[in-house]
Design a protein around this ligand. Structure first.
Ligand SMILES: *Cc1c(COP(=O)(O)O)cnc(C)c1O
Length: 374
């Protein structure tokens, strides 16, 4: 790609793409006068199926709605427990609480940052209804082992693939392992639809229930079959999403190439670059290193060198108020040492597909220069 400008500007931590094609697609739908869920949404659903090994796809207005409706469609509710990693975005656990079920937190694997299969096995109780692995940062969770635990105990599996469009494990795409999967199209994700989400499932009856739930329980207008919400995607969003979907494979290759560059050129031993599990295809929504030592100092040094960075997530979900307070009242205490350690050590570096060669060099140099001071 292009070389550096004379005066280095700040390298953004994330850079959503809203290009001419996306703008033209949105304008085309706006000019048509038909903006609500319609033919663009239907086409987006058909086309997205190629990213999830042909599963049924149902578009909704956000990744959080996708999780919420999938749990409802699988009949998960009060009295049920769902095993969730605490090291994730709050939406993962929020969806469980929104359907009235109880969140059971399990610890992560320190290499992948995703749910530890051993921790999942230890967290199963007679009330467990589902496991929710999160493919964090774009790395697939240990689905082979998690699916085996689910089969043994007859549990549903809800994949939170909101950060992992196109990731796979041993050739199977995320969103195609469990009873259902969910994707987000928030602007900073690997592809976006302004805002939006997608639910994927192998079961046609679950797909039908999802279509009812997102639209007031109706298939035919005013012939409501069940109680539902309005979580529809607009045709404007879907048109933008279709453009992004046509480009996401190229962007993923660029993210993977950027990550390979950083893996090779970050040579300081003061940070640990992200390992990739055997058989995993990582799509690098984030390129997340561990810093052993002064993380704030590391991030300040990066800022000084004009490199954006971020911590996902500084506070594990079980330490956030809506979770910590009821736990305190119930006398519940989670023992999640790897979650707490990751929250204290991680820093995500820029890996987005718009990075130039010069910017990649600057990122690696800034990291290595800080390492020399340690
Ligand atoms: C972004 C995200 C969500 C929620 O998606 P929204 O579209 O923002 O509602 C859920 N889970 C994870 C892991 C996410 O990163």
């Amino acid at each position: 790609m292009s070389s550096d400008a004379a005066q280095p500007s700040t390298v953004a931590a994330a850079k959503p793409v809203i290009g001419e094609e996306e703008i033209e697609a949105a304008v085309r739908v706006l000019r048509s006068g038909r903006v609500v869920q319609g033919p663009e949404v239907a086409a987006f659903e058909d086309e997205f199926a190629r990213l999830v090994d042909g599963r049924h796809c149902v578009a909704v207005n956000s990744g959080t709605s996708a999780l919420h409706l999938l749990l409802l469609a699988l009949g998960i509710g009060p009295g049920d427990e769902v095993i969730v990693p605490s090291f994730s975005f709050a939406a993962s656990a929020n969806a469980v609480r929104l359907v009235g079920a109880d969140v059971v937190f399990a610890d992560i694997d320190p290499d992948s940052f995703c749910l530890s299969a051993d921790a999942v096995a230890a967290a199963v109780t007679p009330r467990t209804a589902a496991i929710m692995p999160v493919h964090l940062y774009g790395h697939p969770a240990a689905m082979d082992r998690i699916m085996a635990i689910a089969e043994r105990h007859k549990l549903a599996v809800v994949e939170d693939a909101c950060q992992a469009h196109g990731a796979s494990l041993h050739g199977t795409r995320v969103g195609a392992f469990g009873d259902g999967g969910t994707f987000s199209f928030y602007p900073t994700k690997n592809m976006h639809a302004l805002e939006g989400g997608m639910v994927t499932t192998a079961a046609p009856e679950v797909a039908r229930t999802l279509r009812l739930l997102r639209n007031q329980g109706m298939e035919q207008r005013y012939a409501n079959e069940i109680v539902g919400a309005n979580m529809r995607m607009t045709d404007v969003s879907a048109a933008v999403g279709r453009v992004q979907l046509s480009k996401v494979d190229g962007w993923t290759e660029q993210r993977r190439a950027n990550a390979a560059y950083l893996d090779k050129h970050i040579t300081t031993r003061a940070v640990t670059v992200p390992p990739v599990a055997e058989g995993a295809r990582h799509v690098y929504h984030q390129y997340t290193v561990r810093v052993r030592g002064d993380r704030d100092g590391f991030m300040e040094a990066l800022t000084g060198a004009g490199i954006g960075s971020a911590v996902y997530y500084p506070t594990p979900i079980h330490r956030l108020k809506p979770y910590a307070e009821p736990d305190r009242k119930a006398g519940r205490d989670w023992d999640l040492p790897e979650t707490d350690r990751a929250a204290a050590e991680v820093v995500s570096l820029p890996v987005h597909p718009s990075l130039t060669d010069g910017e990649l060099e600057r990122i690696a140099a800034a990291v290595n220069n800080w390492g020399e001071t340690q």
